[in-house]
Design a binder for this molecule. Structure first.
Ligand code: ASP
Length: 436
């Protein structure tokens, strides 16, 4: 068996296909979690929590192993994505990727604002009781306060090993881009050993992903069961309208992706989303686009058949800086909290939230709940009470799982769109047929 075995096995009975088993794990996990969770009260919660921890064990091991290969996979993929093309193409893909990400993130935030303006979820909150809300223990990073030149300098890698150790993904991606471009400029004979090493590294990582994916159904089952046991569904009812607003915003973004995939990407959008299902379920269960990245890359290359020179650049870059789901969530949450406190935001504040959310989504690491400190920073910068976050913390986990799905689908959509726009110009690249 090779590392290039497809994720979606056709020709096999449905119950043996990976996507079906992963989805079955999700449903079964939700069911078992509900039976043991706090909502039905059928079981002693102390025992249920202990069982939940054991159920989540395969998932925690799985995630640890995925994280273990993320850094070598990002470095090798980005370097190969550049080396396998040429410098003009690499710069064009990177440049258009950045522009594309800013555009879709802005669309995401505007969707968030529009839906929140229409539904007004915050107006349902009894503002007389908000005085009692205790400020959650969240340290808000400084998203808007540092000067732009010093922010740019801090994104440039200084000590690669230190950035790898700290999982500073932005600096790691930029370091790989610089190395990749330098390799392109070197004589073939001198650069070859590093390129070969990177090719082997990428193959090793993908082989490990293939092994891990065999356990995905059990992993998803355990993670979902444990989440439901720990959280229950009770928290949703208190802020159900906010919950609904976020879910509608995320669904609207899926519609935008399907439009882009069909009109710009030239693909069948239904087939495209269907082929994303393993990645979506994994992102939902793990709440981490970074941990899902190896599987996202594998799906983009092997199932969507996107050219490696595009996929290997766009997916690591997108995982690091493109978070449309997080941006929608931050826009809705900021407006919801402002509404709850009866604060009318000015147009200037709205524009500031858009700019800060874009900057924030670049800096947000793809890990669970990473969006919350960024939200705190956005609120603080606009004089919206940060303690308002306490209102939504109860549902954050479930919404984190949902926004992570949008984050990864956004990256895969970007790869499909940029592949269509620029991929065909990359002669010499293995150009698989567009499967639309
Ligand atoms: N969990 C999200 C992700 O990994 C980030 C966030 O919004 O908290 O993409």
């Amino acid at each position: 068996m090779t590392a290039t075995e497809p994720t979606v096995q056709t020709g096999e009975p449905m119950h043996r296909q990976l996507w079906f088993r992963v989805l079955a794990g999700l449903v079964l996990g939700g069911f078992v979690g509900t039976l043991m969770g706090p909502d039905l009260g059928l079981m002693d919660q102390g025992i249920a929590l202990q069982i939940g921890e054991w159920l989540a064990l395969p998932g925690r091991l799985f995630l640890t192993l995925l994280k273990f290969i993320v850094i070598p996979l990002v470095i090798s993929s980005v370097m190969l994505g550049i080396c396998d093309g040429n410098d003009i193409r690499a710069i064009r893909t990177l440049g258009s990727g950045l522009v594309y990400f800013v555009i879709t993130t802005t669309i995401a935030i505007i969707i968030g604002f529009t839906i929140t303006g229409l539904i007004q979820p915050g107006s349902q909150i009894d503002s007389s009781q908000l005085g009692a809300v205790v400020r959650p223990d969240i340290v808000a990073p400084n998203v808007g306060g540092g000067s732009i030149p010093s922010t740019i300098v801090s994104a440039i890698p200084t000590n690669l090993v230190e950035h790898m150790v700290k999982s500073d993904m932005l600096q790691v991606v930029i370091a790989a881009v610089i190395f990749g471009l330098a390799l392109l400029k070197m004589p073939n004979i001198e650069g070859r050993p590093i390129v070969d090493l990177m090719r082997s590294t990428q193959q090793v990582c993908m082989t490990i992903v293939m092994w891990l994916m065999k356990f995905a159904p059990v992993v998803v089952f355990g993670l979902i069961a444990n989440t439901v046991i720990t959280m229950g569904f009770g928290a949703i009812s208190a802020v159900s309208l906010f919950f609904l607003t976020v879910i509608l915003g995320l669904l609207a973004m899926i519609a935008v992706y399907m439009f882009l995939v069909s009109v710009v990407g030239g693909r069948n959008p239904v087939t495209f989303i269907r082929d994303c299902r393993d990645v979506m379920v994994l992102a939902f269960s793990t709440s981490s686009s970074s941990a899902t990245m190896p599987v996202t890359l594998r799906t983009v290359e092997e199932v969507h058949k996107i050219r490696p020179t595009v996929g290997r650049l766009v997916i690591p870059l997108g995982t690091t800086i493109n978070m449309d789901g997080t941006a929608i969530y931050q826009a809705i949450a900021a407006l919801f909290i402002a509404q709850a406190y009866g604060i009318d935001l000015t147009t200037f504040q709205m524009v500031s939230i858009i700019v800060l959310s874009i900057a924030g989504s670049i800096g947000t690491p793809g890990i669970p709940s990473a969006g919350i400190p960024i939200l705190a920073a956005i609120l603080e910068s606009q004089n919206i009470p940060v303690e308002g976050i306490a209102l939504i913390l109860g549902v954050d986990r479930l919404l984190d799982m949902s926004r992570t799905v949008i984050n990864v689908v956004g990256d895969m959509t970007a790869a499909a769109v940029l592949d269509r726009l620029f991929g065909h110009k990359m002669e010499g690249d293995a150009a698989p047929d567009n499967p639309a």
